[in-house]
Design a protein. Structure first.
Length: 454
């Protein structure tokens, strides 16, 4: 059952219950009111008749055949009367009982306490003692009119309940459909997105209040999902491309070597080329595994190392690979503890240092300096390369992305270093940013932000 249907059913159910309880209360109140009027008229008539009978000795009824007690809402009623001795024998009775009045012992109500009688028809009666005698008067009136009024009222209220339920259903359907039209639009957009249409958006112009904010949140979620899927597709495409190149070279070298007999020197050259392609494949596979591992939440962060030791360990491999570039290092507190996975943090800095040295020219300098700002440790890396173009800034941390400068040159690398570095920083509740302004050099300036533990 849809949300709209549940709202309609709930509204109609509450309305029906409310009307039902109200109509039941009305029925009970009206029925009791009419019964009270009949009882009051019976008691008054019985008192009057008992006084007249007492004045005549208490042995004979003096009730005429005229109309009985008058009830405001019903009118005059037929009188049923009988006079009994104390032993229960009948002294006199009206013709309305047709000679068969009820036995006195069957009527256990007290004096002037109305009660129901069931003979050939439903009666309402009252017993009245005759003053000065041992006689008792039974005065009764039919309840048929009262029961007819009750049945008519019951049928009327039941009809009104049915009409009210149908009217509430029609009104609820109209109102709830108008109120939930925006919910239906949002639900339709979500279903379209679930089926793969990531271009659908919730129209915000026709929404207001909380629904407008919900629409904006859903649109933002869809946009992020689209970007995530686009990034995933690009990642797969780039990974396939990066794997294809060394595989093609490896296949080509092996095929060429097996095509005809060769000298040992030629075989050595073919094997060397195959080894280089295999090394590239191994490096790429390791980089992909690192990207998956460092980007997960499973990385332990309960280790600790000093800031100076961390940076110095990260410098060893890059310095060996780029001996013609220099590094200018400024550490504000070498003994400051850095909490996290030491190997992952070293890999993060190593990737950033390799990136900076690779983009710096021969004889260039990479400046590294650290400082504390509030509860953060900040590590700045400023290279002396050409910097990052504006069109590359937004995508520089994407896996396999190479900037326009790199695409035009012959720099080696898998294009995963910065992506891995950023994932490591984020797994430690930190971040890596590419700064817009570089006061230290004309190249790129990266800033690593890591939270400091108290």
């Amino acid at each position: 059952m849809s949300f709209r249907s549940r709202l309609i059913v709930a509204f109609v159910a509450m309305t029906t219950i409310t009307l039902g309880v109200s109509f039941a209360a009305i029925y009970i109140a009206v029925h009791r009111s009419e019964m009270a009027q009949l009882d009051s008229a019976l008691i008054a008539e019985a008192r009057e008749e008992a006084m007249e009978i007492a004045s005549l000795g208490g042995e004979t009824l003096v009730i005429g055949e005229g109309p009985g007690p008058i009830v405001d809402d019903i009118g005059p009623l037929t009188k049923y009367a009988a006079l009994y001795r104390e032993d229960g024998s009948v002294l006199d009775t009206t013709d309305t009982f047709e000679g068969k009045p009820p036995a006195l012992k069957e009527m256990t109500s007290g004096s002037y306490q109305p009660f129901n009688l069931r003979l050939d028809e439903e009666l309402r009666g009252v017993l009245a003692p005759i003053v000065g005698t041992d006689s008792t008067l039974l005065l009764a009136a039919p309840r048929a009119h009262l029961e007819q009024d009750s049945r008519f009222l019951w049928r009327t209220l039941l009809l009104l309940l049915v009409v009210g339920t149908l009217a509430s259903f029609a009104l609820a359907s109209w109102v709830i459909r108008r109120l939930t039209v925006e919910h239906q639009i949002i639900a339709g957009v979500v279903r379209s997105v679930a089926s793969g249409d990531l271009e659908r958006r919730v129209p915000i112009a026709r929404s207001s209040g909380g629904l407008a904010q919900l629409g904006r949140d859903i649109n933002e979620m869809i946009e992020r999902l689209r970007l995530l899927l686009d990034t995933q597709r690009r990642f797969i495409a780039h990974a396939s491309h990066e794997l294809r190149s060394p595989l093609s070279l490896l296949y080509g070298e092996i095929s060429l070597a097996l095509r005809r007999p060769r000298t040992s020197e030629e075989y050595r050259e073919a094997l060397a080329a195959a080894e280089e392609s295999t090394r590239e494949l191994r490096d790429l596979a390791e980089e992909l595994l690192d990207l998956a591992r460092f980007g997960s939440d499973a990385l332990p962060r309960d280790g600790s190392t000093s800031l100076g030791e961390l940076i110095e360990s990260a410098l060893r491999s890059p310095q060996a690979l780029h001996p013609n570039r220099s590094i200018e290092l400024t550490i504000d507190d070498r003994e400051r503890p850095v909490r996290g996975h030491p190997g992952a943090l070293r890999r993060m800095l190593e990737n950033l240092i390799l990136n900076g040295l690779a983009h710096s020219p021969e004889g260039g300098t990479l400046r590294i300096l650290t400082m504390r700002e509030g509860d953060e440790l900040r590590i700045f890396l400023a290279d002396s390369g050409p910097g990052v173009r504006e069109e590359d800034r937004q995508r520089i941390f994407e896996p396999f992305y190479r900037g326009s400068i790199e695409r035009g040159g012959e720099r080696e690398g898998t294009g995963l270093g910065l992506a891995i570095a950023r994932d490591i920083a984020r797994s430690h509740r930190g971040e890596i940013e590419l700064m817009r302004e570089n006061p230290y050099s004309a190249g790129a300036l990266f800033c690593v932000k890591l939270p400091l533990e108290n």
